[in-house]
Design a protein around this ligand. Structure first.
Ligand SMILES: [Zn+2]
Length: 103
């Protein structure tokens, strides 16, 4: 299983995706969180659960794209789903795997 080398690698990836998705990240934190993998606000503040660092990179990638897309699409509707598919392919598989992980 490939996991993230460190926080910095994860953060770098977030900024790479932000560039690709053309959104602006104003603040980014990786810290302990209860009951969720991440949170975001429409003004560009992102928080990720530090437990993501210890699990498969692909799942972290899913969470990163999921949150960044919420900067422009605030729901999980058709548009969001088609963007997820365009960027991650079969993202539902990752979603299911992530749901099965305990936090
Ligand atoms: Zn969401």
């Amino acid at each position: 299983m490939r996991t993230w080398r460190d926080k910095q690698e994860f953060k770098t990836r977030v900024f790479e995706w932000a560039d690709r998705l053309d959104v602006r990240v104003r603040s980014l934190a990786i810290r302990p969180m209860r009951n969720k993998w991440a949170s975001c606000s429409t003004n560009g503040n992102l928080n990720f659960n530090n437990e993501l660092l210890g699990i498969n990179k692909k799942l972290g990638e899913y969470v990163i794209v999921h949150e960044l897309l919420h900067f422009s699409v605030p729901n999980h509707g058709k548009l969001w789903k088609s963007l997820m598919r365009a960027h991650l392919g079969n993202y539902e598989r990752l979603e299911t795997r992530l749901r099965k992980m305990s936090m």
